[in-house]
Design a protein around this ligand. Sequence first.
Ligand code: NAP
Length: 297
Amino acid sequence: MLRGIHVVVIGGDARQLEVIKKFSDLKATVTLVGFEDLNEEMPSVEKKPLDEETLRKADVVVLPVVGTDDQGYVESIFSSRPIRLLDQHLACLNQHAVIYTGMARDYLERLATKHSIKLVQLLGRNDVAIYNSIPTAEGALMMAIENTDITIHGSTCAVLGFGRTGMTMARTLKNLGARVKVGARREDHLARIYEMGFIPFHTNELRSCVHDIDLLFNTIPTRIVTREVLDSMPKSAVIIDLASSPGGTDFQYAEKMGIKALLAPGLPGIVAPKTAGKIMADTLSRLVLEQKGNQEE
Ligand code: NAP
């Protein structure tokens, strides 16, 4: 239970509703900032403006998946008013308070460091990235189905990268009956790709491995699907680029070649906001319970 812990949730989207419910269920005191347009009844949850009085009492501050932009603005789909987190706000936080967010831009990192406030970036955690790979792979599959006229079953797919997202993507495709090639650069990854029944190839040999593919799913966050690779692919192939913006594909050249290439950011929040919210809520509540335990020692 989190009785006695004061959580201030600032902005966000549908995912934050799961976080709010979880903290309420655990009996934390929850204050919402930037939720004026939220009509859902939430007993024992207060709505307040972003001011020093609200923040002074906070043990935990929860920001959206992208904490702030480079000027400190926090996005909220539940408010039409701008919300801006400033130096003066962090200055009034307790030294034991912890800020949790999905990922932080330099602006937020700088403020937290300046005021010696602990900042936790949830998307940097292995467990969260692995859980998130499930809605990501499902979202990528949805896009693949919408953008092809063939079944995944019986298709030939290439997955680039064998990290948290790549592994889940490859397994999901194989489970549907696709022939799956997986590109990686590490010898241990290539061995594991083979062991799991995929067709391994080194990313240095990408060009020679794409001549027969129907679909390519990229998870490598660097320009890897180059002109040369695109020149080697069938024109009918579809690329779903999952890597963080700007992706790993030469999109301009793909368009010129008539190859459909789609950048697909933020899939968990788009295709499964409730699940994505639960992933955040479960991880956050575990971390805050640990934080409470440490403070009580
Ligand atoms: P990850 O676990 O770090 O996996 C990335 C993989 O790319 C690793 O296996 C890494 O291999 C490989 N890689 C990196 N640079 C490479 C290069 N130059 N050549 C060959 N392989 C290379 O990351 P992740 O969690 O799977 O996420 C992958 C990307 O997807 C990130 O950009 C992430 O932001 C994004 N993402 C997007 C969504 C979405 O909704 N679209 C959702 C989740 C994540 P090494 O071990 O050899 O470095």
